[in-house]
Design a protein. Structure first.
Length: 99
């Protein structure tokens, strides 16, 4: 018996809005808000860097242009992950210049 070819992966991710307060995205059919207060490394990213996002394994987000990866549980429940990343001025300048 031959296996049928699997259909397309319908789970996708999309940044739907970038504001002065944070970013909004849809992943796997749900909307998520990433406020800069809790996810500061996105504050100085260019929209093109934010929109270059991959959705892996149905629960993992990866921004290759920013070298940032997050699990959806971390986004949904940031209080469960008390270590907060800090961004230095040097990192902010590098993000603005696409390095």
């Amino acid at each position: 018996m031959e296996s049928k070819v699997r259909g397309k992966n319908t789970s996708k991710v999309e940044v739907v809005s970038v504001s002065r307060d944070g970013i909004w995205l849809n992943a796997g059919g749900k909307e998520y808000v990433l406020p800069y207060a809790e996810f500061p490394w996105f504050r100085y990213a260019k929209p093109s860097q934010l929109k270059a996002i991959q959705f892996l394994h149905g629960h993992h987000l990866f921004w290759p242009k920013l070298d940032i990866d997050l699990d959806l549980d971390c986004i949904s429940n940031p209080k469960n992950y008390p270590l907060e990343a800090k961004i230095t001025r040097k990192q902010a300048a590098a993000h603005r210049h696409g390095r």
